[in-house]
Design a protein around this ligand. Structure first.
Ligand SMILES: C[S@@+](CC[C@H](N)C(=O)[O-])C[C@H]1O[C@@H](n2cnc3c(N)ncnc32)[C@H](O)[C@@H]1O
Length: 230
């Protein structure tokens, strides 16, 4: 197994106030992926079986650009890379960062509220979907930052899991359900959120959840969760 820890982190510049700059949660994902990529598989999924990867809520574009850096290093790793965000400025910021990292129009972007504006022909095509969602409860955000566009990065609804619940309800339509190949959905959550309700939904939708990496920051643990079909 080759060690790809020598793959550099993407260079990210963000001059937009409304766009989330990479933080501990973004690097928790990237660090896990660095640990789990060999020269033939990604976290146990064979390179050959990975056709489409989606980063939902891409922000500055750090995650899809990281995948482009892996593609550059491994010719056998050749999926199409998609990224989407609800904010137009996030798409703009990601496109600029794609160029800064010396890639030209390789990422396919959608501006969309979750999967609402995705083309139908992408249904059941993604082998890997990543979402670092807004996961703080609204009330905490409103106290400091009422109705600013940057709130899309943090505001996860009343209990902090509302955006994630909508995501779980929709994602089943877009993940590749061919069980021979296998597919993964990765998402970030906070140890402070009560995710019992989310867990029920995850089970109802036919997934099992595992925490694959965590990091303690100030008053909470941030968790990287991985879903796969049962
Ligand atoms: C915590 S930031 C993560 C950004 C980036 N993926 C990262 O890890 O640095 C959450 C992102 O989700 C986007 N977002 C929030 N609600 C969304 C929705 N309903 N549909 C799509 N994107 C959304 C925000 O605009 C923001 O870019």
């Amino acid at each position: 197994m080759n060690n790809i820890k020598d793959i550099p982190d993407p260079i990210i510049i963000n001059k937009f106030k409304s766009v989330y700059s990479p933080s501990d949660d973004s690097y928790l994902i990237i660090d896990y992926f660095k640990e789990k990529i060999s020269n033939s598989d990604f976290d146990g999924l064979e390179f050959n079986n990975i056709n489409n990867i989606l980063d939902m809520g891409t922000g500055s574009g750090i995650i899809p650009i990281f995948f482009l850096l892996i593609k550059k290093k491994y010719s056998k790793f050749n999926p199409k890379i998609y990224a989407s965000d609800i904010l137009e400025k996030a798409i703009l910021c990601s496109k600029l960062n794609e160029k800064i990292n010396h890639f030209e129009n390789e990422i396919i972007f959608f501006q969309s509220d979750l999967f609402n504006s995705f083309p139908q022909n992408l249904k059941h095509t993604f082998n890997i979907i990543i979402f670092n969602p807004p996961y703080l409860p609204s009330i905490e955000i409103e106290k400091v930052n009422n109705k600013m566009p940057i709130n899309f990065s943090w505001d996860g609804g009343i209990k902090g899991i509302e955006v994630l619940k909508r995501f779980i309800n929709q994602v089943i339509e877009f993940i590749d359900i061919n069980d021979k190949k296998g597919s993964y959905i990765y998402f970030i959550s906070s140890s402070r959120a009560d995710i019992k309700e989310l867990d029920n939904l995850i089970r109802e939708r036919g997934f099992k959840r595992r925490v694959v990496k965590r990091k303690h920051i100030f008053f909470e643990d941030i968790l990287l969760n991985r879903l796969e079909l049962k």
